[in-house]
Design a protein around this ligand. Structure first.
Ligand SMILES: C[S@@+](CC[C@H](N)C(=O)[O-])C[C@H]1O[C@@H](n2cnc3c(N)ncnc32)[C@H](O)[C@@H]1O
Length: 250
């Protein structure tokens, strides 16, 4: 059995850069991922903690949960290394969708956009409009980007002529039991549906609690999802188990 076969539709606990290097060229149709943003959650600050503080909750219950590789310089280096492998792994009409924080003061989205265009071909910055009023100072944070690139001149497009470049969907405010930067399953589903077909293989090398894997299961795609931190792998394994047992019920 090849490595690709061994890790397809499995929860993989590993350093994804090491694994990606060992996968064959052109073996992935679509990458949908949420890499560390370089926002220094490493200092122990995360949304769950901020929420506790804002609402006067019990801070002692909120232990710092740093994100691996989330230092500003570190995250940029990680993103470059990821893109080098992504270019090699994607099929010629493959796509690459990366969650990315919007706004300032650090122009991270601009750096990532240029890098995606350097290694792949940049397609579009889609706004994920979270609705409501986000956190922050002066301009409060209400949106993030999904940066979309493709390998070559085109990529699979199942969106017809009526798909907007703004996707409205409420965010998740994570509890202490969830991944600190968990994304909604429907966000990943939206992009998987648009840029792949049933039976295709979707890669998420920064899987966190395996939200992309669950979206892939729901849409009958195969997944390769890799996470470095064991605590999140355990959450992901349980979520996938629950998802599969739900599917069996129906
Ligand atoms: C922003 S979070 C992803 C959250 C995910 N979208 C979810 O809904 O749960 C990024 C994840 O990448 C992981 N990570 C960072 N560097 C990694 C690496 N080299 N290999 C695998 N995972 C890595 C971190 O541990 C973190 O859980």
């Amino acid at each position: 059995m090849t490595l690709l076969e061994r890790i397809t539709n499995k929860v993989t606990w590993a350093d994804s850069l090491q694994i990606m290097k060992r996968l064959p060229d052109k073996s992935i149709r679509l990458i949908v991922t949420d890499p560390p943003y370089g926002l220094n959650y490493n200092d122990g600050e995360d949304l769950a903690k901020i929420r506790e503080r804002a609402f006067g909750g019990d801070k002692s219950k909120m232990k710092p949960r740093p994100i691996e590789g989330d230092g500003e310089v570190e995250a940029l280096e990680l993103f470059k290394k990821f893109l080098i492998e992504a270019k090699r792994l994607l099929t010629p009409n493959g796509g690459c969708c990366c969650c990315c924080g919007g706004g300032g003061p650090k122009p991270l989205f601009a750096q990532w956009t240029l890098l995606m265009d350097k290694y792949l071909r940049f397609k579009h910055a889609v706004v994920w409009d979270k609705g409501g009023l986000g956190m922050g100072f002066h301009y409060r944070r209400n949106y993030e980007f999904m940066l979309v690139a493709q390998r070559g001149n085109t990529c699979i497009w199942n969106g017809g002529n009526t798909t907007s470049n703004v996707f409205r969907l409420g965010k998740i405010i994570p509890s202490a039991e969830q991944h600190p930067t968990i994304k909604p399953i429907e966000l990943m589903e939206h992009f998987i549906r648009l840029h792949s077909n049933e039976g295709d293989t979707i890669l998420d090398p920064f899987a966190g609690s395996f939200t992309t894997a669950i979206a892939a299961i729901r849409l009958k795609r195969n997944f390769i999802c890799i996470e470095k931190k064991l605590a999140y792998v355990k959450i992901g394994r349980q979520r996938i188990k629950n998802e599969i047992s739900q599917l069996k019920l129906f």
